[in-house]
Design a protein around this ligand. Structure first.
Ligand SMILES: Nc1nc2c(ncn2[C@@H]2O[C@H](COP(=O)(O)OP(=O)(O)OP(=O)(O)O)[C@@H](O)[C@H]2O)c(=O)[nH]1
Length: 294
C-alpha cells in the first residue's frame, strides 16, 4: 500500500526534490514553507502550519508530522458498510473521473467477494450511460440503465429494488455532473436522494464526491457547492498520479471537514487505493527528512 501512495505522489515528490535535492535532518522553516506552497497547499494553510510549528528556525520531522496530521482528523479508516445493500451515490463534475472511479470501487468490492450492482443515473448524456455500461462489462458486474433523458431517480429506485431482490451487497449509483443549470442539478440530486430513501429507508448510505486532484485548490469551491446541495459524506480524489499538487489534499480536507476515503492513482481498475493520512504524510516527509518514520 505504501508504494501505491508513492505512485500517486510521484510528481509531487519530484517537485520537492527540485527544491530540496538532499534530504535533511532538520529543515529551515523558510524552505519548508516553499516546499509546502509548491505542492499546492493553500497559502493561508501554509502560514497556519508554520505558525503551529515550534518557534525555532529549524524543525525536525516529528514536529512537522504532528502539525500536518491534525488536518486529517475527519478521516475514518473503516467504512460502515454493514447495511445490505450498501448504497453509494457518486457525485462530481464531468471529467472528474466519476465513471472510472465507480468502476474501480466496484472492482474493489468484487475482489472482497462482495456483489455489486451499478445504476446509470446520469441520464443527461448518452455517453455517460454507454461508458458505465462498458466498464460494467469489463469488470463483470450488473448494471441498471435506461435511455438518455429518462428520470434518473427512477434508475436509482430500480437499481436499489433490484439489488434488494437479488440480495446484492453493494449499489453504486452514478449521477449527472452538469445539467442545463445549477438549480436543476441541485433539484435533481435532492430528488435522487429522496427516492433512494423511498426504495430503501436510510439510503443512500454514503454520498461520495469525486474531485479531480489535478485541479488543486480550485476543486474546493466545486466541492462546497455540491456539499451545500446534498450534504456529502466522503471524498475521493482522482488523478493524484497526474499532478505535482499532491499537497492540495490538505486544503480539501480542511475546507470541507470531510473524510477522504480513497485516492485514484491511475486509469486502470486497480488504481484506487484506500486513503490513509499517515502513509500520505509519511511519504511526503520521507522525501524531506533523513529520519525515517515509525
Ligand atoms: N491518471 C489518472 N487518470 C484518471 C484517474 N481517474 C480517472 N482518470 C481519467 O480521467 C478521465 C475522465 O474520467 P471519467 O471517469 O470519464 O470522468 P467522469 O467524471 O465520469 O466524466 P464524464 O465521463 O465526462 O462524466 C478519463 O480519461 C479517465 O481515464 C486517475 O486516478 N488517474
Amino acid at each position: 500500500m505504501f508504494s501505491f501512495i508513492k505512485k500517486g505522489l510521484d510528481k509531487t515528490l519530484g517537485a520537492i526534490k527540485e527544491i530540496l535535492p538532499e534530504k535533511v535532518e532538520k529543515i529551515d522553516k523558510t524552505l519548508l514553507e516553499e516546499i509546502l506552497i509548491e505542492s499546492d497547499i493553500p497559502y493561508e494553510l501554509v502560514e497556519e502550519i508554520i505558525y503551529y510549528l515550534p518557534p525555532s528556525q529549524f524543525v525536525v520531522r516529528d514536529d512537522v508530522k504532528r502539525v500536518l496530521k491534525a488536518y486529517f482528523k475527519y478521516d475514518t479508516t473503516s467504512a460502515q458498510t454493514e447495511q445490505n445493500p450498501f448504497v453509494e451515490l457518486v457525485i462530481g463534475v464531468n471529467g472528474a473521473g466519476k465513471t472510472t472511479t465507480i468502476a474501480k470501487l466496484a472492482h474493489n468490492y468484487k475482489k472482497e467477494n462482495q456483489s455489486v450492482l451499478l445504476g446509470a443515473a446520469d441520464t443527461f448524456r448518452a455517453a455517460a450511460i454507454e461508458q458505465l455500461k462498458s466498464w460494467a462489462e469489463k469488470i463483470d458486474v450488473g448494471i441498471i440503465y435506461t435511455q438518455q433523458g429518462h428520470d434518473p431517480s427512477a434508475v436509482a429506485y430500480d437499481t436499489i429494488s433490484s439489488a434488494i431482490a437479488k440480495k446484492i451487497d453493494h449499489v453504486i449509483i452514478d449521477t449527472a455532473g452538469r445539467l442545463h443549470n445549477q438549480v436543476n442539478l441541485a433539484n435533481e440530486l435532492k430528488k435522487i436522494v429522496r427516492i433512494c430513501d423511498k426504495a430503501l429507508s436510510g439510503a443512500p448510505h454514503r454520498k461520495i464526491l469525486i474531485l479531480d486532484g489535478t485541479q488543486g485548490t480550485s476543486a474546493i469551491n466545486q466541492a462546497k457547492a455540491f456539499h451545500e446541495m446534498i450534504s456529502i459524506d466522503a471524498i475521493i480524489i482522482t488523478k493524484l498520479d497526474g499532478t505535482a499538487k499532491g499537497g492540495s489534499l490538505f486544503g480539501i480536507a480542511k475546507a470541507l471537514e470531510l473524510p477522504i476515503i480513497y485516492v485514484g492513482v491511475g486509469e486502470g481498475k486497480d488504481d484506487l487505493i484506500p486513503f490513509n493520512s499517515d502513509d500520505y504524510i509519511d511519504t511526503i516527509l520521507d522525501s524531506i527528512f533523513t529520519q525515517t518514520h515509525g
